[in-house]
Design a binder for this molecule. Structure first.
Ligand code: EPZ
Length: 434
């Protein structure tokens, strides 16, 4: 296993580009099962999760051809309906295979996804949606058995106790596009990644209205055809780079940072004192002018609220903002795996329920730390970039799930960061396996 080694304290300067959005690419890969024609997908990030989803599609019978690092052609001429445990358990997002399998085959048997480090990952809203569309839903032997012989359009309310569900919306949407009749999804998620999925489905011939809002109207069609689709830029990767510029008090221009997708982060960074400019709709420049940031209060919410996937990275920035910041997690209330590791680096953070109370310190100090979930790992990279001294991050396979060689993207900005085999890490620093 590799580790990341950083020497902190260097302001970042220059230009970096975000790649394609992981959370758009995953449901879009699943959507290729909805047609027997080839679908070409471009600007796909080169990530372990993507390669894994491609493996699952092949297992289900699709032909999967990788044209280059960021382009794929997928053709599901014939499809199996069983997505087995040994594959699904490794990536929760494979839950979004249920919808396309139901749409295409009128049946699906998909392993019930497990939880993960950010907390329980229920799928009750997904299953409620399928049941509303006339499916028989049975959980048996750790698998979800879906019988969609009577699949038909209906009105479905998908709001849950934490608001809308991104993959739940994607799942029901992908069943509805081939369901006879009209489906209305109320309290639909309107994350940019779901909008991108809608655009792909429309390019395949689906009839969807209300794209980008919380109410979608889908008129089922007989068949969908192939198309070519370019994935939108990854707003979370772009936001992570903006926060890297901020925490190192640098001056960085991020391409692929679509202002419309990052409005809540832009609002909070401006409130914290960042100097932000917008060379164009897809580019944001952040200058810190060597100043520390003001403490701000953040509450994560479904889009267009502050993204939960940027919460850990924002916490890292606030550890250096003189004063008191409160970061409240309304989407995944337990999503604070980054906090104990940031505390190892000298951060003053207390967790009270679903909130992190952060007292800004003058500096963080480098330390050996452990990556845990994908975005907590990104927060540790940011902290290591700003900390005095050296930081070693273990278990960076978590990072590889959502960031395409983040070290190679940060080095041209002046970061002293390197990816090394674990054997290069001083023995006395290697953390014990949990
Ligand atoms: C997607 O997960 C993303 N993953 C997550 O990104 C992201 O954090 C999340 O949306 C929220 O934006 C992918 O797109 C692959 P949800 P998803 O259903 O769809 C509750 C990352 O770091 N809920 O929108 O699984 C749920 O527990 C990952 O890239 C139910 O109660 O999240 C949560 O509290 C992490 N019942 C809230 O809704 C359900 O049936 C939002 O979850 C479904 C969800």
């Amino acid at each position: 296993m590799d580790v990341i080694h950083l020497k902190g304290g260097l302001p970042l300067h220059g230009r970096v580009a975000a790649g394609g959005a992981k959370n758009a690419a995953l449901p879009i890969f699943a959507a290729t099962l909805l047609t027997d024609e080839p679908v070409t997908i471009e600007n796909v990030p080169d990530l372990s999760d993507i390669r894994f989803m491609a493996q699952i599609l092949e297992h289900l019978g699709a032909s999967v051809e990788r044209k280059d690092a960021h382009s794929w052609v997928i053709q599901a001429a014939s499809v199996e309906s069983l997505a087995p445990y040994e594959l699904v358990r490794k990536m929760r997002a494979s839950v979004c295979l249920m919808g396309p399998l139901l749409g295409r085959l009128r049946e699906a048997v998909v392993s019930y996804p497990g939880g993960c480090v950010i907390g329980p990952r229920p799928i009750d809203l997904h299953l409620k949606g399928f049941a509303r569309l006339g499916c028989r839903v049975e959980v048996r032997g750790g698998y979800v058995h879906l019988d969609g012989q009577d699949l038909h359009g209906e009105a479905v309310f998908l709001g849950g106790r934490h608001g809308s569900t991104a993959l739940g919306t994607a799942n029901v949407l992908m069943a509805a596009v081939l369901a006879p009749g009209v489906t209305r999804i109320e309290s639909a998620a309107c994350e940019p990644e779901i909008v991108d999925l809608c655009h792909l489905l429309q390019a395949m011939g689906a009839k969807i209205e209300g794209v980008g809002g919380h109410a979608l109207r889908i008129e089922g069609v007989e068949k969908l055809h192939g198309c070519t689709h370019r994935i939108i830029p990854d707003r979370i990767e772009a936001g992570t780079f903006l926060l890297a510029a901020a925490i190192t008090q640098g001056d960085v221009t991020v391409a692929g940072a679509r202002r419309q997708d990052l409005a809540s982060l832009v609002d909070k960074l401006a409130e914290a004192g960042a100097d932000l400019s917008f060379p164009d709709e897809d580019t944001i420049r952040l200058r810190a002018h060597g100043r520390a940031f003001n403490p701000v209060d953040v509450i994560t919410l479904p889009h267009p609220g502050f993204a939960t996937d940027l919460q850990a990275q924002m916490c890292a920035l606030m550890t250096l903002a003189p004063g008191l910041s409160i970061v409240t997690e309304r989407v995944f209330p337990n999503r604070f795996m980054h906090v104990p590791e940031l505390q190892r680096m000298g951060a003053d953070i207390a967790i009270e329920g679903a909130s992190a109370i952060i007292k800004g310190r003058p500096a963080l100090s480098g330390a050996p730390v452990m990556a845990s979930d994908l975005r907590a790992s990104a927060a540790l990279v940011l902290a290591g970039l700003a900390a005095r001294g050296e930081t070693w991050i273990q278990r960076i396979y978590h990072l590889d799930r959502g960031y395409e060689r983040i070290d190679r993207k940060l080095i041209p900005l002046g970061a002293e960061i390197e990816r090394l085999p674990e054997s290069a890490m001083p023995k006395e620093l290697i953390g014990e396996e949990a």
